[in-house]
Design a protein around this ligand. Structure first.
Ligand SMILES: Cc1cc2nc3c(=O)[nH]c(=O)nc-3n(C[C@H](O)[C@H](O)[C@H](O)COP(=O)(O)OP(=O)(O)OC[C@H]3O[C@@H](n4cnc5c(N)ncnc54)[C@H](O)[C@@H]3O)c2cc1C
Length: 392
């Protein structure tokens, strides 16, 4: 019988190669110089960080997994974790604006034909254009089978009608992968995935949504009214949309986990520094066990979250199925980021609650990791399903 113990990865090396250290340092330096200093301003204004995206593209921190044959660097999933943690350490909102292309492009990388990959991936490498992933709808969030958007075959085209909700970067994307029903009677098995250029007639970005955290990322609602998409834009076969969406999320959830680790690490570092310097009752507050136990737990949980994240990425790099480990990482790292940032605010006391100090933003940013790419409850649902109905 397959047990979790038997399925846990073995043979992971924790030693980064020289190339990986270089990549991490590049991302760390970029986060320090180009992201962190501007984080508060972008958070306050909630504006799209086009200038930072351009620079990230220039230095090679965008679209890391696009294969070399399509002009990309073809970096491993593990390498992507190193980039994601650092960028998010700088600011999760700006980081998501940069890394969300991976979410948009993964369905093409997983299910696209050679022609489709050439057509949609190569331009991402040539210039800092954005793409989005359009799964969620006003009435279909956790339950993807409730998708109401339809795609009807008419001659050489599909005609798409419907709307998508909470789509990252949709207001600035050149194209979006839209999941739509091609056969309502089949439920989730009737879903199909299409690449839809956003300049087609009938595509409307409805509104930029105002958020609690990660405010530098654009999150928009987008509508499709009688949008004619060439049939060649169908990814895979009709009816494969659900499978493509779930495989995509399996691949991208560790990246979200890495982002959560970056936010948690930032909060932890601020908390350590503050607790060393803030004096009450004649000594630094770090001298109190009630405070330094919080810090000890933060450190241990961040480390555990990173290891789960690396493990899931490593499994993908071995070509193995990693649904279970991907959800382990996403669930644990998101909840860790929420806990660590909340405790960091506590350690800062009243100052922690003030916008003048950095930790309240981190707490607001952390919350989103528990929601997008499947809520923490949905991760538990996936984990439980993998335990009770394991698939190899
Ligand atoms: C800022 C932001 C960016 C996003 N970016 C994208 C994007 O780029 N592309 C995209 O397609 N989507 C995106 N999303 C959507 C995101 O993935 C969904 O919000 C998420 O999957 C939850 O769906 P929902 O909001 O409709 O909540 P619901 O599905 O309505 O859930 C509401 C609550 O009920 C709980 N719940 C639901 N079903 C169950 C169950 N069976 N068991 C236990 N609890 C349950 C949930 O955990 C949650 O707490 C984004 C969301 C946000 C907020």
């Amino acid at each position: 019988m397959t047990t979790i113990e038997h399925r846990v990865a073995t043979g992971v090396s924790f030693a980064l190669t020289e190339e990986q250290k270089g990549l991490r340092d590049l991302a760390r330096d970029f986060a320090q110089k180009e992201i962190r200093l501007k984080a508060a301003e972008y958070d306050e204004r909630s504006t799209h960080p086009a200038d930072i995206i351009e620079k990230a593209h220039e230095v090679g921190l965008m679209n890391p997994h696009v294969p070399e044959e399509y002009g990309g660097a073809g970096l491993s999933s593990f390498d992507g974790m190193l980039i994601g943690e650092e960028l998010s350490w700088g600011c999760a909102g700006i980081a998501v604006s940069i890394v969300a292309n991976t979410l948009g492009a993964t369905p093409v990388m997983l299910a696209g034909s050679d022609d489709q990959k050439r057509k949609w991936l190569v331009p991402l490498i040539e210039s800092p254009i954005l793409c989005s992933f359009g799964l969620t709808e006003p009435n279909a969030g956790s339950d993807v089978s409730g998708i109401e958007t339809t795609a009807v075959r008419v001659g050489d085209d599909y005609v798409i009608n419907g709307s998508k909700m909470f789509i990252t970067n949709a207001g600035h994307a050149a194209w979006i992968v839209v999941f739509a029903s091609t056969d309502k009677s089949q439920g989730h098995k009737g879903l199909s995935a299409f690449v839809v250029p956003t300049d087609l007639e009938g595509v409307t970005v409805e509104k930029h949504l105002d958020k609690m955290g990660q405010r530098a990322t654009d999150t928009s609602a987008i509508a499709f009214q009688d949008v004619r998409v060439p049939a060649e834009n169908l990814l895979g076969e009709e009816g494969e949309g659900f499978k493509i969406a779930m495989r995509t999320l399996d691949h991208t959830r560790p990246g979200t986990a890495a982002g959560a680790v970056g936010v948690a690490r930032a909060a932890y570092e601020y908390a350590v520094e503050y607790s060393r310097t803030r004096v009450q009752f004649g000594q630094p507050i770090a001298m109190n066990q009630g405070v330094n136990f919080l810090i000890a737990d933060m450190a241990a949980e961040i480390e555990a979250a990173r290891l789960l994240t690396w493990q899931a990425a490593w499994l993908f790099d071995q070509g193995r199925r990693a649904t279970l480990h991907s959800s382990f990482a996403k669930r644990f790292a998101s909840d860790t980021a929420m806990k660590v940032t909340t405790d960091a605010v506590q350690i800062f006391g009243g100052y922690g609650y003030m916008k003048e100090y950095p930790v309240e933003k981190l707490m607001r940013d952390a919350k989103l990791f528990q929601i997008y790419e499947g809520t923490s409850q949905i991760q538990r649902l996936v984990i439980a399903r993998e335990i009770f109905f394991p698939r190899d």
